[in-house]
Design a protein around this ligand. Sequence first.
Ligand SMILES: [Cu+2]
Length: 93
Amino acid sequence: MKQWMALAVLAGSAAAWADTEWVAAKVVAIDAEKGRVTLQHAPIRTVKMDAMTMRFKVADRALLAPYRPGDSVRFAFVVRDDELVVSQIERAR
Ligand SMILES: [Cu+2]
């Protein structure tokens, strides 16, 4: 029984991972002090947003440390208070 539950938990987290939408973007500007980043982003399917350049709040400003304007990245987000907040950033491969 315990084993089955562990598997169910693993399956659940795999599903959550699969639901994460990664969005291609280019870093336009970084405001490290305020924890904001301006991204020129591709369309965001899950919130039906067209491609555009916009400013995002960042969940943790340390996420921005490795990046500079002009970098190609992909990011994941959470919706908090009706606002998209960048939760993860990776360099585009
Ligand atoms: Cu946008």
